[in-house]
Design a protein around this ligand. Sequence first.
Ligand code: NDP
Ligand code: GDR
Length: 369
Amino acid sequence: MKRALITGTTGQDGAYLSEFLLEKGYEVHGIKRRSSSFNTDRIDHLYEEPHVKDRRFILHYGDLTDATNLIRVVQEVQPDEVYNLGAQSHVAVSFESPEYTANSDAMGTLRLLEAIRILGLEDKTRFYQASTSELYGKVQQIPQTEDTPFYPRSPYAVAKLYAYWITVNYREAYGLYACNGILFNHESPVRGETFVTRKITRALARIFLGLQDCLYLGNLSSKRDWGHARDYVRMQWMMLQQEAPEDFVIATGEQHTVRDFVSRAARRLEIELEWHGEGRAEHAVVSAAPKQAAVRAGDRIVEVDPRYFRPTEVDTLLGDPGKAKTKLGWEPTTSFEELVNEMVDEDLSLAKRDHLIKSAGFKAFDYHE
Ligand code: NDP
Ligand code: GDR
């Protein structure tokens, strides 16, 4: 039985990858951070309590900022494959916590690679690094391939640049089987609530039910290549099954603006939007809505709020997944429309639950950022 160790197992990709590897028959070990409240929502359906005999999903407390902890966990698990998905992954937050972001995302990757080396596991353990299209930043070539130059535009991307190169360096210096997956944005119903797609689908579902009045966003003209996390974790595994380690771009090859994502998500709820104004004054007004919606034609439900603009922005990202397709036979299976619809449908179910709680006189969770 193959054994995998995943950092960031409680995150979006960690949850999908854990599920995927368990289905493949792996024994899966995940690192989770100590938190004052439960942080395992996304993996609760996989949880096996410590008394289950021969359990295949095992969690270890740990943190990428703690080298001794990583060495101990790697020693205990003796993994065949390590997936380094753990990170402070929010670009906007990285401007507020740049040092912590560098510590977890850049130094954390080094610590994990060193743990493998210190324990003499270079010939046994294969290593996957969660690299990112944010590396391209101020893009110099469209679409972006494995050979496009990097120009990071945030503390997050700069930290990930270090992680990218230290992974390449350990491959070249010590013969470690180590790969970078340069993944473009990928989303799902369990995407973190403050990334733009989930913020949109969650807010629109709540607006539909009258739980919220308005959705405030930053740069509506940003273009992203959005895929489904389920498709992308499959590729993370595929990368570690080749004869020789290589880096791959994972993307759909299709690009949409944030504005377009909003309009598509609204349409799933049968709400039609009209866009007015420009830049910081841009907003969307309902032009048609179904009877059961809590909004009416003329309601202004999307506004730009400058607080969500970033000091330096990545305006446009579009990946070329040609190498992944030719060499590994990988292709995304979920279209943009299917992705938007799945996310809206799931958020509508969650909003209905909150609506029910509220209408029964209890306080429903109401946080949005
Ligand atoms: P999430 O933000 O959903 O998950 C991040 C995970 O990392 C969480 O489990 C989080 O724990 C954990 N984590 C954060 N800080 C630390 C730390 N110091 N030590 C250990 N664990 C930590 O990210 P995604 O699942 O979306 O992304 C997975 C990886 O892929 C990340 O590295 C991200 O940067 C990268 N990436 C993501 C893309 C995307 O579009 N989703 C695209 C390209 C790259 P907790 O749950 O406790 O917060
Ligand atoms: P990104 O994702 O920065 O691409 O990083 P995010 O969804 O945060 O932003 C995408 C684009 O939308 C614009 N935007 C807003 N973003 C947020 N979060 N909130 C808003 O209100 C808002 N309004 C407009 C942003 O400015 C941006 O242009 C994600 C993360 O998962 C990274 O970890 C990963 O490496 C990259 O994708 C690939």
